[in-house]
Design a protein. Structure first.
Length: 456
């Protein structure tokens, strides 16, 4: 029996991600588009490719523990072993079928390694019954293996929360992320846009944080439909929408969107202001000129008014054109480890190291401190990340407020911009902190810091 069509496509996806250090989603879309597969095989490729990338380090640990020279295993052979090991350990595919398919996959790329593959996979299959080789209900290492996470990350999450919360987060990382969309009022009214989305077959339903957000039941229909292609809605996680809402944009305000990227939050800022009577003046900043150009094109294409896209470095605020007296508001959606969005970016899980957390926190603090000088008295900074680590969130805000650059600022609760059903995510300090949830939002952090007016 030869390798099935679904597994053959999966191996192409794994090779492309590995060789090009690429994101899984576009590679998967390309390979599936080229293949003529049944719906069942389409689903199998998606699950296999995503699952292997998510659990990569765990799979390699298992494989390396059962070969004499781990470094000598050819990359294409390792891809096949990873795929088969994932089926055995995480999908509980019948061992005979998974081992046979793995061996045949290895035989296609390196016939001499077929014997090795057979021995390794049979040993894994023999030991699969007791996987994750410990009590995942009490042992953090076993929990990390059972959910395919680095042990350091599982330990960090457990230390900063508790074991049961950690378990829920790690399990949610392996669940499909809901597809949340936010209405673009510059393209059409909400009712018109919603009707287009329904005609696409997306099956939309209302979702937090407000009336402009929906979640779709039929993701494939939405992705292939006119509503997204035509800009009637934009894709963004529900919790990610809290940050621009917390800015509380109003007509005539001057707002700096620092690190604007593709401008999704820029659009939401302007939509909030326009809904209240007129546009704000928004300066969208990115450090890369090509991204600035793309943002301009995207804002023009989506009919967003009042946006000035500039290239500049957050750490050099003197080069940022600032209105007299300073900006009314600054949104810093800071670069981070992304540990709150791992289910949307499965390749990130094994690319981040424990050392990256303090390194990113140090950069975030420098950025926040630099931007503080651009805010007028009475204005505010909204600081946000898509990380769930305390160092990048509470730690950065706490250090900022304690240093000279933050002495004039105080924390102001974002509770008023958070819907009732999400009030559990508002901390005692008034910050928004969500974690990945099954059928819910990703992990995001938002803090609002007001610059006080000097007396006298």
């Amino acid at each position: 029996m030869s390798v099935t069509a679904a597994r053959a496509v999966t191996l192409k996806v794994l090779a492309a991600v590995r060789e090009r250090h690429a994101y899984l989603a576009p590679v998967l879309e390309t390979q599936l588009g080229r293949a003529s597969l049944s719906d069942a095989d389409h689903a199998l490729v998606t699950r296999l490719a995503r699952g292997v990338i998510e659990t990569l380090g765990t799979l390699d640990e298992v494989i390396d523990g059962r070969v004499s020279k781990p470094g000598a295993v050819e990359p294409r052979v390792r891809d096949a072993l990873r795929m088969a090991a994932y089926e055995i350990l995480f999908m509980r595919t019948p061992a005979r079928a998974a081992v046979h398919q793995g061996v045949e996959a290895v035989r296609r790329v390196r016939p001499q390694a077929a014997g090795l593959a057979n021995a390794v996979l049979r040993r894994i299959a023999d030991e699969a019954e007791t996987f994750p080789w410990g009590d995942a209900a009490a042992d953090i290492s076993a929990l990390a293996r059972s959910t395919g996470h680095p042990v350091w990350l599982a330990e960090l999450i457990a230390d900063e929360n508790d074991f049961e919360v950690a378990r829920a987060i790690l399990e949610a990382d392996n669940a499909p992320a809901p597809l949340y969309l936010r209405h673009n009022p510059f393209r059409a009214s909400f009712d018109t846009a919603l009707e287009v989305l329904r005609e696409d077959g997306a099956e939309p339903f209302s979702a937090p944080p407000d009336a402009a957000c929906v979640v779709v039941q039929n993701e494939r229909a939405a992705v292939r439909g006119l509503a997204l292609a035509g800009g009637y809605f934009l894709v963004t996680d529900a919790a990610a929408q809290v940050a621009p809402l917390a800015v509380e944009a109003k007509p005539g305000m001057t707002i700096l969107d620092a690190g604007a990227g593709r401008g999704t939050k820029t659009l939401f800022l302007q939509a909030t202001a326009v809904a209240l009577g007129g546009p704000a003046r928004i300066v969208s900043l990115d450090v890369h000129e090509f991204k600035t150009k793309l943002l301009r094109q995207r804002m023009d294409g989506l009919a967003v008014p009042g946006v000035e896209a500039i290239t500049g470095d957050i750490l050099d605020p003197s080069a940022i054109p600032t209105p007299p007296g300073g900006f009314d508001a600054v949104l810093l959606d800071a670069p981070c480890t992304g540990l709150g969005t791992l289910r949307r970016h499965p390749e990130q899980r094994w690319n981040v190291s424990a050392d990256d957390v303090p390194r990113m926190a140090d950069l975030q603090l420098k950025m926040l401190s630099a931007l503080a000088s651009l805010v007028r008295p009475g204005g505010h900074v909204v600081y946000s990340t898509c990380s769930i680590t305390r160092a990048e969130n509470d730690g950065v805000v706490g250090k900022f407020l304690a240093e000279s650059a933050g002495n004039a600022f105080r924390s102001v609760s974002v509770s008023s911009t958070v819907p009732h059903e999400w009030q559990r995510h508002v901390t005692s300090q008034g910050w928004f902190r969500s974690v990945p949830e099954h059928d819910g939002p990703d992990g995001h952090f938002v803090a609002r810091l007001m610059k006080q007016v000097e007396e006298g």
